[in-house]
Design a protein around this ligand. Sequence first.
Ligand code: FAS
Ligand code: PHB
Length: 377
Amino acid sequence: MRTQVGIIGAGPAGLVLAHLLHLRGVDSVVLERHTRAHIESRIRAGVLEQGTVELLCDIGLGERLMGERMVHSGLELLFDGVGHRVPLKELTGYQVTIYGQHELVKDLVAARLATGRPLLFGVSDVTVDPAGTIRFVHDGKPVELECDLIAGCDGFHGVSRSVIPKPVVFEHVYPYAWLGVLAEAPPSSEELIYAHHAAGFALHSMRSPQLTRLYLQVDPDDSLESWPAARIWEQLRLRLSRVDTDWRLADGPIIEQSITGLRSFVVDPMQHDRLFLAGDAAHIVPATGAKGLNLAIADVVALDACHASGRLASYSDICLRRVWRVQHFSWWMTSMLHRVPDPFAAHLQLSQLRYLTSSTAAATSFAENYVGLPLNR
Ligand code: FAS
Ligand code: PHB
């Protein structure tokens, strides 16, 4: 087989890149190791930056998103039992969108299939030659795909990153993890609530008027077995409790739960020869800042632009500037909100939260980073 761009991975990065290339008449082949049903049911990110939404609409992928999304003009920081709203739109002119990543992947897969260009599910034994060849097995047959360019969009556990010779790897593993639950319960708040609490961090989010998405800080070696539903709801109620209103958390059947470790990770450079890494294949941010999905899409927007303008040599540098800004914000927000055993750090956290919610300058700086920087178009 031969194509202009071989794309490994049908996540947000790979599928958005495939569509951007299609719009320019550039041929590509997308290779995915899982089934369509698997990738369309994986519950992951939920927050889209306005720049991401505008990009998706610009390229004709925003119809269902615009019809089903929830739009938030603010969020709440809860600490010392009192909620403090950060008016994102008032401070920055931007708002954020709630739309589940699995819904976006459904839209992206449908758009890819509608183009008639190849999207191969269930591939295995993928190997990458950065000079431009991808080898894999599909339907039991070995395939050799010759490419002008290879996009490694295969996520943190993919194969592409290992092909970069002697990269500089930056990694910070946090001493806590997130237990995420999806509950059949109407959201108890119109906007997101990020809670700092002595018992640990908690986050109230949502996926629809019927589905609440909630997260709890847990120990990194915790297992789902040690978190029965009763304990989950007890800790969520404790950590989201407040003294300023009679607010109550609605509960309901938990239909999905998972524990995800938190890490910051960057590989530099993000390219070698004809191979270009994008998204989680190149970097991971702790989910606190709701950046992973948005950063992945920003990478492929930059890759498409570099490919179109003949500036592929500067792809990695262009992406890493944005990656490090997002890394810093995600690390800062994570470190501010999660319980740590060190009393000194706990006082610094509360001081930061009190300053952020009492100074317009501090709140604006937080809001600018949270709503996202303009995409590198
Ligand atoms: P993805 O991991 O989404 O996609 C990579 C694709 O490549 C996958 O479909 C995989 O099957 C495929 N693949 C891997 N190896 C392959 C191979 N050898 N051959 C072919 N295909 C291969 N981000 C947030 O902003 N907020 C969140 O709340 C949040 N929660 C998360 C929860 C979990 C459990 C995880 C793992 C991530 C979460 N993230 C969150 C981050 C997540 O949304 C990513 O940032 C986003 O999926 C990145 O998109 P991609 O780079 O496309 O990688
Ligand atoms: C989510 O809804 O999955 C979500 C929202 C905000 C975050 C992280 C995850 O910071």
